[in-house]
Design a protein around this ligand. Structure first.
Ligand code: FE2
Ligand code: FE2
Length: 418
């Protein structure tokens, strides 16, 4: 019940016994009615503005709180626009990249929310309203005469891209102005911070990938007879891990461990690594140091921590007669057991200076004999169960060794994460 309705009700309630005071009051009530109506309208308007302000604050709060959740840039932009669309009295909000947008994903140059609009049209509008920090157009646009309400604010999208954030249309027909511009600029600032973090993360991941590949190349360069070995072990170990039920994240760890499992060979003398014949006991003792040397090389780098068990223990033996720590059975980290099988398969099936690669039948026989003795029986069974894969692996060994691995999923150990 409004204030005016309350007063009317009070006057009717006393109609049976009319008070002289009320008789005098009634004309005053009717005189005040327009004022009261105006006040009610103002209160309604204020309530609306308060609700709007709350939505805007909520939006800013939500965006700011998600600063540390760096994810897919398109998703981030789309989510932000969806939230912004709720707060703006417009039909469509969009982000249009005007320059090279290398980080947002291939062929994506427009992200939008609200009423769908043609991407090419949005791009023309962004270009027309792209000159200033912020532009409000309450007039028919040259690029789209049917549109007479639009806002465009600058959005720096990262190291090599710049873009415009657009708000288009006004369902109520009301002009757009400062309030809408300020909200869009606040949102654009927060989004820019997100995108800058994402850029830095991508740069660091790229450096990380470059470092890993350099390390792998360094091992290959020292040991030309086993060129591509790290890459092949990495790929086969990942396949075995997949068969053994490892999830995506764990498979990535196995793959990385495969790439770097022999990194310690950097510390083994070239004369031993390149010796075209069987090693003496002393030389073999030197060679046996490489798992511990590899562990030492990677030990201080936090991003490599998950792969350390694989690097250190890939020459342990199920019966405890391996090295460096003489672990036995299930004491051996599971990742290392997988690497041991992949490592041995590649070593046996590859040519060496003093022998050609063994035929697959002989490799299978050795694995069957060493099942539960040298290697984890479950992992060996996993290898032997897929003969076609082993044949393909041997046929394609040269190309497999040179395929550069991708690190797209290595975000589980991303730089800066805990
Ligand atoms: Fe090794
Ligand atoms: Fe190896």
């Amino acid at each position: 019940m409004t204030s005016l309705q309350a007063l009317n009700f009070a006057s009717h309630a006393h109609a049976g016994a009319v008070s002289p005071d009320l008789i005098f009051a009634q004309p005053a009530v009717y005189e005040a009615a327009p004022l009261i109506q105006q006040m009610e309208a103002e209160i309604d308007q204020l309530s609306g503005q308060l609700a709007q302000t709350f939505e805007e604050l909520n939006l800013i709060h939500n965006l700011a709180c998600n600063l540390d959740s760096v994810g897919d840039r398109n998703t981030l932009c789309r989510d932000t626009l969806r939230k912004l669309a709720v707060c703006l009295p417009v039909e469509t909000v969009a982000i249009v990249w005007l320059e090279q947008n290398s980080r947002v994903g291939s062929a994506v140059d427009v992200v939008q929310a609200g009423e769908p609009m043609d991407g090419a049209l949005l791009r023309r509008i962004a270009e027309e309203l792209g000159s200033e920090e912020a532009v409000v157009a309450n007039y028919a646009l040259r690029s789209a005469p049917e549109i007479d309400r639009a806002i465009s604010v600058r959005l720096e999208g990262g190291l090599r891209s710049s873009s415009r954030m657009l708000a288009i249309g006004s369902p109520s027909g009301a002009e757009l102005g400062t309030i809408e511009v300020q909200l869009m600029q606040s949102v654009a600032s927060i989004l820019q911070a997100h995108l800058a973090i994402d850029d830095q993360f991508a740069e660091m991941r790229s450096m990380f990938a470059g470092t890993v590949l350099s390390l792998v190349s360094a091992v290959d360069a020292k040991d030309p007879y086993t060129c591509g070995h790290s890459n092949r072990v990495s790929q086969l170990a990942e396949m075995l891990a997949d068969d053994l039920g490892y999830d995506t994240h764990a498979r990535e760890t196995v793959r990385m461990a495969g790439l770097l499992h022999d990194i310690g060979k950097i510390g083994v003398p070239d004369a031993i690594l390149g010796k075209p014949g069987r090693l003496t006991d002393e030389e073999f003792d030197q060679m046996k140091k490489h798992p511990v040397l590899g562990y030492g090389i990677l030990h201080g780098i936090r991003q490599f921590e998950p792969i350390l068990p694989g690097v250190r223990h890939h020459h342990e033996s199920w019966d405890g007669r391996g090295y460096p720590d003489g672990l036995a059975g299930e004491e051996i980290p599971h990742m290392a057991r997988i690497l041991a099988v992949a490592d041995a398969f590649d070593a046996m099936s590859s040519d060496r200076p003093y022998r050609t690669g063994m035929p697959l039948a002989r490799v299978e026989k050795i694995f069957r004999e060493g099942r539960g003795q040298q290697w984890d029986a479950e992992v060996v069974d996993c290898l032997l169960n897929d003969r076609e894969r082993m044949e393909q692996f041997i046929q394609q060994r040269d190309s497999l060794g040179t395929q550069l691995p991708s690190f797209d999923l290595w975000s589980g150990h991303r730089i800066g994460s805990k």
